[in-house]
Design a protein around this ligand. Structure first.
Ligand code: SF4
Ligand code: ZN
Length: 114
């Protein structure tokens, strides 16, 4: 994968994860102002975005949940899995293009790895 497309993928992934966390925060009526996240969700978003920015597997990766490295600390991993379970399907309604792009990547990965 070319450097440019890896960067594009990285940015796309940052936007997707941020949006899923936003859906989760809104859906759980956490306290926040306007479009901002609540402090807890903001902390998780900062953590997840930092992982994505430094992810060494960006060229070949699909979802962190199938990553053999797992760079998340156990507690953060539990948190992000909860958020993903909640927000993943909702993305189909709120951001279908983003969600389908993510599903396509997953489908390609499963085809390649069985
Ligand atoms: S868990 Fe794996 S794929 Fe996800 S950010 Fe960390 S190294 Fe990258
Ligand atoms: Zn929140």
């Amino acid at each position: 994968m070319e450097e440019q497309s890896v960067e594009k993928k990285r940015q796309q992934e940052c936007r997707t994860v941020e949006e899923i966390i936003r859906l989760y925060c809104r859906g759980h009526h956490h306290e926040r102002q306007g479009k901002m996240l609540c402090p807890e969700c903001q902390e998780l978003a900062d953590y997840a975005l930092a992982r994505i920015r430094h992810c060494p597997r960006m060229a070949e990766k699909t979802f962190c949940s199938v990553c053999p490295i797992h760079c998340y600390a156990p507690e953060k991993r539990r948190q992000i899995l909860r958020v993903m379970r909640y927000g993943g399907w909702r993305m189909l309604f709120y951001h279908p293009v983003m969600a389908l792009h993510h599903m396509l990547l997953s489908w390609k990965w499963h085809r390649k790895h069985g």
